[in-house]
Design a protein around this ligand. Structure first.
Ligand SMILES: Cc1cc2nc3c(=O)[nH]c(=O)nc-3n(C[C@H](O)[C@H](O)[C@H](O)COP(=O)(O)O)c2cc1C
Length: 405
C-alpha cells in the first residue's frame, strides 16, 4: 500500500515514520517517534535522495516501487551514510540493478566499510560544488563535513530551489500525514524536539554548520527537505528556521530564561534549588524551568541549556566527586560545546563538600562560561540563616536577565 506525499510537481516524499522506537541512536528517548525521510525525483532520470532505517524498509520499498510506477531507478544520492538512512542500501541496489550511487569520495569508503564492495560502474563520485543534470533538473552538491558525520553532503536543486539537507534542519517526531512545517504546530509542539535534536545530534558542530551556511549563502532556498522531521516550504518558515539555526550554531541563547538542573539523593539540595526558584520568582522572573537530573533524560536538559541564557547547577558531593547524573550532564555540556552561558552553583556535602569546586573546574573547560560568585554551600541541609545567600544568588541572576532583556 502506497503512503507518500508530493513535495513538488515531480518530487515525492517516500519516507516513513516509526512510533515504536524507544531510543533514537539507542540513547535519545523519542516519545513522539521519528521520521525517516527519503525523496524521489521523477525527472528524465529518476533520483532517490537517501533512504531509511531498516525498521521502516517495507513501507519505504513499497513507496519507491509504486512511485516509480514501472520506471527504473537511475540514481541513489547518498547525502549521509548513517545506518538510519542507509541500512536498506543493499536491498535497493539489488532491486534496481541499473541504479548508480551518487556520493563523494568519503561516502564510498563508508559504503565498503558498512556493506559489500560496490562496482566501479555503479559509482558517481561528486566533489564539492559539482553538478549533475537529470534532465530538467540540475543538482549541485556541497560537502558538509561534520554536519554530523565526515562524509555528509547536501544537494541543491538549482532548477526549483529545493535543498536536500541531510541531518541539518532535522527534528525528532514522526509526522502524521502533514509532512510540511506550514501544516504543523511547529512553535507549540515541534520546537522543543527540533532543538533537542539539534543540540544533542549536531550541537557539537556549530562551526561546521556555520561553514555550511556560508556555502549556501546566496542560494534561493524555496524548500528544505531534511532526513528527519518536517519539510520546510514557505519563505516565512524557512526564515524562522534559519534564524533558529544561526542562534544554535553560534551557541547564543534563544531566550533570557533560567533552567535549574537539580541533582539530589535525599532531597536537601533540591530543597535549596526550589528556594532559589522561589526567590527568583519573588524578584519578578517569570520563566523558570526546573528538572531533576535523575528523572529527566539528559538530552532534555541539553536542549533547555541551548535555549536558556542562565543555568543553575545544584548538586551534592558523592564519594568525593560530583553526584553521577550531574557528572554525566557536565560531560555532555562540554562534549556538545555548550558555551556563553551564565551559571550559578549550589553544592552540598555532609563532611567535605567538593561538588561546587569540581563543577567550577568542569565549567572552566568550556568556552565563555560566567560562573556567579559565591556558590552556595550546604552542609547536609539548608538552614534558614542561609536564605540570604540564595537571595543574593537570585538577585545576581535576575539582574543579569534584566540587563540582557
Ligand atoms: C554514597 C554517598 C557518598 C557521599 N559522599 C560524600 C562525600 O564524599 N563528601 C561529602 O561531603 N558528602 C558526601 N555524601 C553526603 C551527601 O553529599 C550529603 O548527605 C548531602 O546532603 C546529600 O544531599 P541530598 O539530600 O540533596 O541528596 C555522600 C552521600 C552518599 C549517599
Amino acid at each position: 500500500m502506497i503512503r507518500t506525499r508530493s513535495v513538488t510537481d515531480d518530487m515525492i516524499w517516500v519516507g516513513a515514520g516509526d512510533r515504536r522506537l524507544a531510543l533514537f541512536e539507542n540513547i535519545f528517548p523519542v516519545p513522539r517517534g521519528v521520521s525517516y525521510n527519503s525523496y524521489l525525483l521523477l525527472d528524465e532520470k529518476t533520483v532517490l535522495f537517501d533512504s531509511v532505517d531498516q525498521s521502516v524498509s517495507r513501507t519505504f520499498l513499497e513507496n519507491v516501487s509504486a512511485s516509480l510506477d514501472g520506471r527504473s531507478l537511475d540514481y541513489i544520492v547518498i547525502d549521509h551514510m548513517e545506518p538510519d538512512h542507509c541500512s536498506v542500501l543493499e536491498e535497493l541496489l539489488s532491486a534496481y540493478p541499473n541504479a548508480a550511487v551518487v556520493g563523494n569520495a568519503k561516502t564510498f569508503v563508508m559504503i565498503e566499510q558498512f556493506y559489500s564492495p560496490l562496482a566501479e560502474a555503479r559509482r558517481v563520485v561528486v566533489r564539492d560544488g559539482e553538478t549533475l543534470s537529470t534532465g530538467r533538473h540540475c543538482l549541485k552538491f556541497f560537502t558538509a563535513p561534520m554536519v554530523h558525520w565526515p562524509e555528509v553532503m547536501v544537494c541543491f536543486d538549482e532548477s526549483n530551489g529545493v535543498l536536500f539537507s541531510a541531518d541539518a534542519f532535522g527534528a525528532f517526531g514522526a509526522m502524521a500525514g502533514n509532512i510540511f512545517a506550514d501544516e504543523l504546530p511547529i512553535q507549540q509542539e515541534w520546537l522543543p524536539d527540533m532543538r533537542r535534536y539539534y543540540a544533542n545530534i549536531v550541537g557539537k558542530y556549530g562551526a561546521q554548520v556555520q561553514s555550511l551556511f556560508k556555502k549556501l549563502s546566496g542560494l534561493d532556498l524555496k524548500t528544505i527537505c531534511p532526513l528527519h522531521g518536517p519539510v520546510w516550504r514557505t519563505e516565512r518558515d524557512i526564515t524562522w528556521l534559519l534564524e533558529k539555526y544561526t542562534l544554535w550554531s553560534s551557541y547564543q541563547p534563544e531566550e533570557q530564561k533560567v533552567v535549574i538542573a537539580s541533582a539530589s539523593i535525599y532531597g536537601n539540595t533540591e530543597a535549596a534549588a526550589e528556594r532559589l526558584a522561589l526567590e527568583l520568582a519573588g524578584l519578578g522572573v517569570t520563566e523558570i524551568e526546573m528538572y531533576d537530573l535523575s528523572a529527566t533524560h539528559f538530552s532534555y536538559l541539553i536542549g533547555e541549556m541551548f535555549r536558556c541564557s542562565h543555568i543553575v547547577l545544584s548538586c551534592p558531593t558523592y564519594n568525593g566527586k560530583i553526584f553521577p547524573p550531574m557528572r554525566h550532564l557536565l560531560d555532555d555540556m562540554r562534549e556538545l560545546n555548550l558555551q556563553s552561558r551564565t551559571v550559578a552553583l549550589i553544592e552540598n556535602g555532609s563532611w567535605a563538600p567538593m561538588s561546587g569546586k569540581l563543577m567550577t573546574a568542569e565549567l572552566a573547560a568550556m568556552k565563555n562560561m560566567t560562573v556567579l560568585e559565591p556558590a552556595v554551600t550546604l552542609k547536609s541541609s539548608m538552614k534558614e540563616e542561609q536564605a540570604g545567600q540564595l537571595f543574593s544568588l537570585a538577585k545576581q541572576i535576575a539582574g543579569g536577565l534584566k540587563r540582557s532583556l
